[in-house]
Design a protein. Structure first.
Length: 404
C-alpha cells in the first residue's frame, strides 16, 4: 500500500460525531449559556494508581498513563519503559539513525511498516514518577509523516528510567487531529527498532511487565475504522468487515521494558518541518455551545511549523507553532449533508509548544488559543489553555474561558 492510496472519503457528519469530545474545554463546565470561567491547577498531588516495575537493582514507581494536565485523568497508557542508559535524547538519536528495513523481524517492506524516524509534531502530555514528580513528555519522535498514518512515540525522562507511550495513528481527513488505531502495534515496532540498534543489554534485553493499565483502553469510532484499508485493519488485529460499533484499541495492558546498555550521541543540527493542512470538516462547536446539536463547518488552512535543535553539547530544544484563520459556518448536523443555518464568521487558532532538555533540566510547555469572532451572533467566545511542566514548583495548568 502506498501513501497516496489511503482513502479520504469518510462522510463529514459521521466524523463530526466521532470527534465529539476532541474540542471540549472541561467536562464540568456548562457551555450552554454565556459564561466566564477560569481554572488553575498546580502539579501537587500524585495521581492514582501508582505501579512499580524493577529491572535488576533499579526500580521505578510511576503512574501508568500519560495525561493532558495534572488532574490524573488518563489520556494514553504507558506501554514502553526504558531502563539503564535511557536518556530520551539518546533514544531519539538511536531511532533516527535506523533505516526502514524491518523484514528480518517479520514486518513487510511496504508503507507504513518501512518508515523511518523523525522528530514528531504532537500535543504536550504529562507523566508522573515518584521522586521525580510530574514530568513532561519533552522528546517526541514519529516513524512516518504527519499523515496519513504514522507511529508516534512520546518520551518522559524520570531519571534512571524513561516512561513512554507509543501508538499507531491515522490523521482524520480534513482536520489536524489523529485517531489512535493501536497501542500494541507501535509497542512492537519500537521493541524491534531498539533491538536493531544493538544497544540493548544482551543478558536481559527486554521483558514484559504485569498488567499495569486497562485492556482494552479507548476506542476507534466505527466510521473511522470502516474507512481504513483492509491491510491496516488486519495489521491492527481488527475484523476485515465493516463494524457497527466502536472498536477497542489494541492493547494487552502490559508494558515492554527495554534494558538499554549503550547509547549513541545525537548529531548536532537543526530539523525543520513546515506544511499546511486544509481544514475542511463538520465538528461540534468547541466552545460556548448553545446545545448538543451546535455544530459548525470549519474550513481554511492551518500552518504547522516545528524546529528542533540539538547543540554540540547535547542540549535539545523544540519549538512548534500552529496558526490558522478559519471560516466558521453554523450547520444543521441532522441533514445529509449538513446544511448551513447561519452566517459565516471567522475563528483564530493559535498553538505553541516548547520543549527543552539538558543534562540538568527538562521543561515542557504549551499554549492553546481558540477565538470565535462572529460579527453579530451570540455565544462567541475565547478559550485559552496553558500548560507548563518544569522544575522548582513551576508546573501548572491554566484554563480560561469567556463566552459572550
Amino acid at each position: 500500500m502506498s501513501p497516496g492510496s489511503f482513502p479520504r472519503s469518510i462522510r463529514l457528519l459521521a466524523v463530526a460525531l466521532a470527534l465529539a469530545g476532541l474540542g471540549a474545554c472541561d467536562a464540568e463546565q456548562d457551555l450552554t449559556r454565556p459564561a466566564a470561567a477560569s481554572r488553575v491547577s498546580a502539579a501537587t498531588a500524585a495521581p492514582t494508581p501508582l505501579v512499580t516495575v524493577s529491572a535488576g537493582p533499579s526500580a521505578v514507581e510511576f503512574w501508568p498513563f500519560l495525561g493532558t494536565d495534572f488532574s490524573g485523568a488518563p489520556q494514553d497508557p504507558i506501554n514502553l519503559l526504558f531502563a539503564g542508559q535511557s536518556d530520551p535524547r539518546a533514544l531519539r538519536a538511536a531511532l533516527l539513525m535506523l533505516d526502514g528495513d524491518r523484514t528480518a523481524f517479520g514486518f513487510p517492506d511496504v508503507f507504513p511498516f518501512n518508515c523511518t524516524w523523525r522528530d514528531a509534531i504532537g500535543d504536550v502530555e504529562t507523566a508522573f514518577a515518584t521522586g521525580a514528580g510530574w514530568l513532561g513528555a519533552t522528546v517526541q519522535v514519529a516513524c512516518g509523516d504527519y499523515g496519513p498514518v504514522r507511529f508516534h512515540l512520546r518520551l518522559a525522562d524520570a531519571g534512571v528510567w524513561t516512561l513512554a507511550n507509543g501508538h499507531f495513528e491515522v490523521l482524520i481527513p480534513g482536520t489536524t487531529e489523529h485517531q489512535v488505531l493501536s497501542w500494541k502495534l507501535a509497542e512492537q515496532l519500537v521493541m524491534v527498532d531498539l533491538l536493531r540498534t544493538g544497544l540493548l543489554d544482551p543478558s536481559l534485553p527486554l521483558f514484559s511487565t504485569d498488567q499495569i493499565n486497562p485492556a482494552p483502553f479507548r476506542d476507534i469510532p466505527a466510521v473511522i475504522y470502516n474507512g481504513l484499508p483492509l491491510e491496516l485493519r488486519g495489521a491492527i488485529g481488527g475484523p476485515l468487515a465493516d463494524v457497527a460499533d466502536a472498536m477497542p484499541i489494541g492493547t494487552d495492558g502490559h508494558a515492554t521494558v527495554l534494558n538499554v546498555a549503550g547509547q549513541v550521541d545525537g548529531q548536532p543540527g537543526v530539523a525543520r518541518q513546515d506544511f499546511v493542512i486544509d481544514f475542511n470538516q463538520v465538528i461540534p462547536k468547541p466552545v460556548c455551545t448553545s446545545g448538543p446539536f451546535d455544530f459548525i463547518h470549519v474550513q481554511g488552512p492551518v500552518r504547522l511549523r516545528q524546529q528542533v535543535v540539538l547543540t554540540p553539547s547535547g542540549d535539545y530544544a523544540s519549538n512548534f507553532h500552529a496558526d490558522g484563520h478559519l471560516d466558521i459556518t453554523p450547520v444543521n448536523p441532522l441533514t445529509d449533508p449538513p446544511t448551513p443555518i447561519g452566517e459565516t464568521y471567522r475563528a483564530l487558532v493559535v498553538e505553541r509548544h516548547t520543549g527543552i532538555m539538558t543534562d540538568d533540566v527538562s521543561l515542557t510547555s504549551s499554549v492553546q488559543l481558540r477565538i470565535l469572532i462572529p460579527p453579530s451572533a451570540p455565544f462567541h467566545g475565547r478559550l485559552q489553555v496553558n500548560l507548563q511542566v518544569g522544575p522548582g514548583g513551576s508546573s501548572r495548568s491554566v484554563l480560561s474561558l469567556t463566552c459572550n
